[in-house]
Design a protein. Sequence first.
Length: 66
Amino acid sequence: MDLQKGIPSDKETTHEDVVKSLNTCCLCGTSLEFTHVTHADVHRVQEAAKCPSCGIQTKVNTFILQ
Ligand SMILES: [Zn+2]
């Protein structure tokens, strides 16, 4: 799979695009610190992002592992 930079497609949003858009604080632009908690027993990963500057935490995303 080729790397695509700069031009997000209209319909397909990759995980990479989502991460990139969520990678900075919406308030101050500081790079967020991500925390991943894996729940192997239920095949899920919880992702939380926190701004080290503001101290805010974005909503937790849950990914279901296959
Ligand atoms: Zn911030």
